[in-house]
Design a protein around this ligand. Sequence first.
Ligand code: DQA
Length: 146
Amino acid sequence: MSLIFVLNGPNLNLLGKRQPDIYGHETLADVEVDCRSLASELGFDIRFHQSNREYELIDWIHEAREIGAAIVINPAAFTHTSVAILDALNTFEGPVMEVHISNVHQREAFRHHSYVSMRADGVIAGMGTQGYQLAIRRAVAQVQAD
Ligand code: DQA
């Protein structure tokens, strides 16, 4: 079965508790349940991870190189800072979808630039946690088209 890696960066473990006015009330566990059920409906399997450590995200991207069909990633604050995550994503050959729960373009100027967007095939921002579902659908469509 084809595998989609859904990767989440720093502070997303606090989803639901962290600034709910911006990020909503759903927890990351809720997001995981929704991602798993959509993926299985589409005939895909999911590896769902979160870390506050940059190197762990990079290691999962390397793992996806070996066994993953697509990556859906919310790099959180690393979006705006991490050349290392961009470099790792550039070693991955399948589709990469970048997700932001909030509309980063309505927020502080430092959130307007994304290193990850230089590699991402698609970017979703401001759709709340539903963005993950949209990204999975698009990743699957792209895998199936390739
Ligand atoms: C975020 C937006 C980032 O700017 C922020 O650092 C996050 C979450 C989002 O999902 O909207 O932690 O990626």
